[in-house]
Write a protein that binds this ligand. Structure first.
Ligand code: SF4
Ligand code: F3S
Length: 106
């Protein structure tokens, strides 16, 4: 499956959600995740993210392996999102910032 990684935190552009044919994106307060049990590896979402936050499970950026388990865990508790919405207000300021994991809201 594909995995949403750190760069999404505090940005949440949501361009990714509308292309998913199986509605496997789930939304938290400042991050999205993919349900690994629903993802069919169609690859459509990966190029939609303007800040390259989506990767195949076996190709996540070095040091971000923890996001594989996080997507699996949080997709079980957060609701499905299928419609694009505005990014978070200061998304631009948070693009590409390192070490955003402590800022993840559940
Ligand atoms: Fe959905 Fe396809 Fe992305 Fe998986 S790879 S999350 S099925 S759009
Ligand atoms: Fe996040 Fe990128 Fe989707 S910022 S909400 S993974 S378009």
């Amino acid at each position: 499956p594909f995995v949403v990684t750190e760069n999404c935190i505090k940005c949440k552009y949501t361009d990714c959600v509308e292309v998913c044919p199986v509605d496997c994106f789930h939304e938290g307060p400042n991050f999205l995740v993919i349900d690994p049990d629903e993802c069919i590896d169609c690859t459509l979402c990966e190029p939609e993210c303007p800040i390259n936050a989506i990767y195949p499970e076996d190709d996540v950026p070095a040091g971000q392996e923890t996001y594989v388990a996080l997507n699996a865990e949080l997709s079980q508790v957060w609701p499905v999102i299928t419609t694009r919405k505005d990014p978070l207000p200061d998304a631009k300021d948070w693009e590409g910032k390192p070490n955003k994991l402590p800022l993840l809201e559940r």
